[in-house]
Design a protein. Structure first.
Lengths: 301, 309, 299
């Protein structure tokens, strides 16, 4: 696989673009698959996350509701929407990073390669080993650059070829050239953009299956942001990437598919929910839901 | 930056993504290690609580038999028996006087450190070091120093000397807790006072101190509770007193106190002596624990008030 | 005006410290000039014969405090980890204050408990067991019947030091930023690995300072040690024998001293104790100041 596949070529190979229309009955209404004549049929993509009717609660307060979608392998899926619509809750629930919050619970079905993420027999640590995460604010450990990247592989017993593993991870995070001469220096001396790429390298070093990114560039300047975005295009060949972003242009630039989350205010509480989920081009050019259109055009101009 | 898959040599411990979400590779062993540590830590906490319960249970079971209304209201009758009324009053008087000395000095020191001293002030650093060192002083040393200063000069052991010793012990605690609480007062309050053109001292007395009052009171209560239980300094400077008289005048003679009562009664050759000593210990322990709980409640309330500003 | 008052208050505090140090030196000076530095090496304490030595007391202080430290430090850190990282919030809100209350128990009560409960238990069960199982190590020599020993005093001191280390450690562990712990968790690390890799390294110097503070508490404890350590002199490797400590010797002998030189000799003991105590306090400040948590994280 070489070159950067354009978003439009993805059109025909998606099985069922899911979309939930919030109405009185709150039933998900799947539409028939859209097939555009000019697109070639490519083999059906593997489903990584199969999410049905997912809701999330912090104690009594519901943060996320009635979310159904499938996330596909080896593409970038963006999650966009105004703040407070459950985007962060959603993505953090995929690898059980919300478990530490007292009173948090998930209802509905979250399947990862067919396995229930929230089953009793599921090992939380194993989930995170396969589904890695990079956070909004870079959070390097107060250790050397080398030790930051090598820490998790050491835990996992990957001691052979550790140097090579660290170098590969830093290379794939586009950071190797900048730090190769100062691996033993503290990671805290790096700039914000470099620290964030270090956090990405750290996550890549253990070769997860999925990489979740929660607004990874929001704390960074435009140049650092651009370097992070460039990474997305190359990393997706190896990993499955889900990225939360409040920057729509960013979603348009990096994502193959986009999920738009909004607020459902029909009930007693304001609950975040998935409103529309489709190819990125569709979401931005021909959104089907008015709320999507409002959100997208409000910024797009 | 293409074709990542060929540059990755798949490590043998990498799980197959479609395998079940149970421990793979070395995770089972690592989980056992982690769980073991958790068990050890939990057991340690249980041990600590068990020790507290053991001590409390001992005090209650050995002291309760001696408790009675008479025990609390009568003076001690030496070997014959009696109660702890005069010792209680003595402790209250001595500690109150000590607080009278230590509270103003401590709070003012705390105010100095937060409101007046610059961040790099030499004096502030010396002061903080002095307070830390004072706090770490063995109380027996405070006792003998006060002995040398006051008891030698006046040739008698007095409740006053005891108060001085306790005040020295209480001072660093009050100063530190006042400083901590004052630091927590939001800077916005100070800015508002400055913007209104209010003099510094008026701002402190009228705005900042009231905001910190709860926290300062908490610190005061805790240090009073600690001083009330101190035996060592009293043993040195306030151990000669008439055990059966109520003695409220502290300047001329020794004053009975609860810690000294506990300490001396235990060894008396009277049949009820041990029980009486434990009874007094029970009263002391209850008072101290009640003060701790009360201080905690006060702290929570004052924190809530400051958080809401 | 207020400034002047506050400044005065601060100066009073500094003055008090200086005065304490001066008074101890002053009180000890007759003994220092008469007994010299050899005082530190002699073990005998016979007031009537004018023979004084600090060695027994120094030995008892060092052994009992070290014992308290060895027991209380790992336990305290474990409890701190439990409270900060493992306990559910309602449990933490109850157990935390309970552990802190352990520190509020007056020493005279700990002393009585030590005599009435701890020492008999130690004499009947603990010391014989240790002697039986590890008797080849000289510190676990033959026990005597009362249980009033350096060993028991060490245990009681551990009880008093434990809550200090535990509460301070817990506070330190709670200051570790959540996003650091999250970052470690997101890399598939177990709870212990998060503790070992992130929590402990960032708080290690604070924990060390807390330990030294606990040591200071153990060193200065007079009343409880006086009641539990028995009344022994000499330096014995066997910790099951009674002994004495600097603070407890001062406390027990001060009132009854009639001999002209005994009081200065006791001041001399106090001077040694003061020197050790000030050194540990300064050490704690130095450790805490050099590597405080915020510096380490450079945030």
């Amino acid at each position: 696989m070489t070159g950067e596949p354009s978003v439009s070529a993805r059109r025909g190979d998606v099985a069922v673009p899911n979309r939930v229309r919030i109405g009185a009955d709150r039933a998900a209404t799947p539409t028939t698959p859209r097939v555009t004549p000019e697109a070639s049929r490519e083999p059906r993509r593997e489903v990584v996350f199969d999410i049905k009717d997912m809701s999330a609660y912090y104690g009594d307060s519901q943060a996320l509701g009635w979310t159904t979608l499938e996330i596909y392998r080896h593409i970038v899926t963006a999650v966009i929407g105004p703040s407070g619509c459950g985007k962060s809750t959603f993505i953090r629930s995929l690898n059980r990073m919300n478990d530490g919050i007292p009173g948090f619970r998930v209802e509905g079905q979250v399947l990862y390669h067919g396995h229930d993420v929230y089953a009793g027999a599921t090992n939380r640590v194993e989930v995170r080993r396969r589904i890695g995460m990079v956070f909004q604010k870079p959070n390097p450990f107060p250790k050397s650059i080398y030790d930051n990247v090598a820490w998790a592989p050491r835990n996992l017993g990957m001691r052979d070829g550790l140097d090579g593993r660290v170098e590969r991870a830093l290379t794939h995070a586009a950071l190797w050239d900048e730090v190769k001469d100062r691996l033993r220096e503290s990671a805290l001396g790096l700039s914000g953009g470099q620290q964030q790429r270090l956090c990405i390298a750290r996550a890549l070093a253990i070769e997860p299956d999925v990489l979740l990114l929660d607004e990874p560039a929001s704390a960074l300047d435009p140049i650092a942001t651009a370097s992070i975005e460039d990474l997305m295009h190359t990393l997706k060949h190896r990993y499955t990437i889900v990225i939360v972003t409040h920057n729509m242009q960013q979603a348009a630039r990096v994502a193959d598919r986009t999920a738009f989350f909004g607020l459902d205010t029909t009930g007693a509480q304001r609950v975040g929910t998935l409103i529309e989920y489709d190819d990125t081009q569709t979401i931005f050019r021909q959104p089907r839901d008015t709320r999507t259109r409002d959100y997208v055009s409000g910024r797009f101009g | 930056m293409t074709g990542l898959s060929d540059t990755f040599i798949r490590h043998p411990s990498l799980p197959d993504p479609s395998a079940p979400l149970t421990a793979s590779g070395n995770l089972r062993r690592r989980t056992i290690v982690s769980r073991t540590i958790e068990v050890v830590a939990t057991a340690s906490a249980i041990l600590a609580v068990a020790m507290l319960v053991d001590v409390a249970f001992t005090v209650v079971s050995k002291g309760a038999p001696a408790l009675s209304f008479g025990f609390l209201t009568q003076n001690s009758n030496g070997l014959a028996g009696g109660g702890i009324a005069n010792a209680l009053l003595g402790t209250i008087v001595i500690v109150a006087f000590a607080a009278l000395l230590a509270l103003p000095v401590g709070v003012l020191t705390g105010i100095y450190l937060t409101e007046f001293a610059g961040p790099r002030s030499r004096l502030a650093n010396i002061l903080k070091a002095a307070l830390d060192l004072l706090q770490g002083l063995p109380t027996i040393i405070v006792g003998i120093v006060v002995f040398g200063l006051i008891v030698s000069a006046t040739h008698k052991e007095t409740g006053f000397a005891g108060s001085i010793a306790l005040a020295i012990i209480m001072l660093p605690m009050i100063a530190r807790s006042s400083q901590e609480v004052l630091t927590l007062v939001p800077g916005t309050l100070r800015e508002a006072a400055d913007a209104l053109g209010v003099e510094r001292w008026r701002a402190v007395v009228g705005v900042i101190l009231p905001a910190a009052a709860g926290g300062i009171a908490t610190g005061a209560i805790l240090s009073i509770a600690r001083a009330a239980g101190e035996t060592a300094p009293l043993l040195i400077v306030n151990s000669l007193y008439n055990p059966s008289h109520t003695q409220l005048e502290i300047f001329g003679q020794g004053v009975p106190s609860i810690p000294m009562y506990i300490y001396t009664t235990y060894d008396l050759p009277a049949p009820s002596a041990i029980a009486r000593a434990w009874g007094a210990a029970l009263v002391l322990l209850v008072a101290i624990l009640a003060a701790n709980v009360g201080a905690r409640v006060l702290l929570a309330r004052s924190r809530a008030k400051m958080g809401m500003r | 005006m207020l400034y002047g008052l506050c400044l005065l208050a601060g100066l009073i505090a500094v003055f008090l410290l200086v005065e304490v140090v001066y008074q101890v030196i002053h009180g000890a000076s007759p003994a220092i000039s008469k007994l010299g530095l050899g005082f530190i090496g002699r073990t005998e304490w016979a007031a009537n014969f004018g023979r004084y030595g600090a060695a027994s007391a120094i030995f008892g202080t060092v052994v009992s405090s070290l014992m308290a430290l060895i027991i209380a430090t790992p336990l305290g850190i474990a409890i701190g980890l439990y409270l900060a990282m493992m306990a559910a919030p309602p449990v933490r809100a109850v157990v935390g204050p309970l552990v802190e209350m352990l520190a509020a128990i007056p020493s005279v009560i700990v002393g009585f408990w030590g005599v009435d409960v701890l020492s008999p238990f130690v004499a009947r069960h603990f010391e014989p067991f240790l002697h039986g199982a590890f008797g080849f190590i000289p510190i676990f020599g033959s026990p005597q019947t009362t249980g009033l020993s350096v060993f028991s005093a060490g245990l009681a001191l551990a009880l008093m030091v434990l809550p200090i280390v535990a509460a301070l450690s817990r506070d330190l562990f709670l200051t570790v930023p959540g996003d650091l712990k999250d970052g470690a968790a997101a890399l598939g690390a177990t709870r212990w690995e998060i503790i070992r890799g992130v929590v402990l390294p960032t708080t290690i110097s604070g924990v060390a300072a807390a330990t030294v503070l606990g040591l200071g508490r153990a060193l200065g404890e007079a009343i409880a040690v006086l009641q539990i350590i028995g009344d022994g002199t000499g330096i014995h490797v066997n910790t099951f024998l009674p002994g004495s400590s600097l603070a407890s010797s001062v406390a027990s002998n001060f009132q009854y001293s009639e001999n002209k030189l005994e009081v200065p000799a006791l001041f001399y003991l106090a001077l040694i104790l003061l020197a050790i105590g000030l050194t540990t306090s300064l050490l704690a400040r130095w450790i805490a100041g050099r590597f405080d948590v915020n510096r380490t994280l450079a945030r």
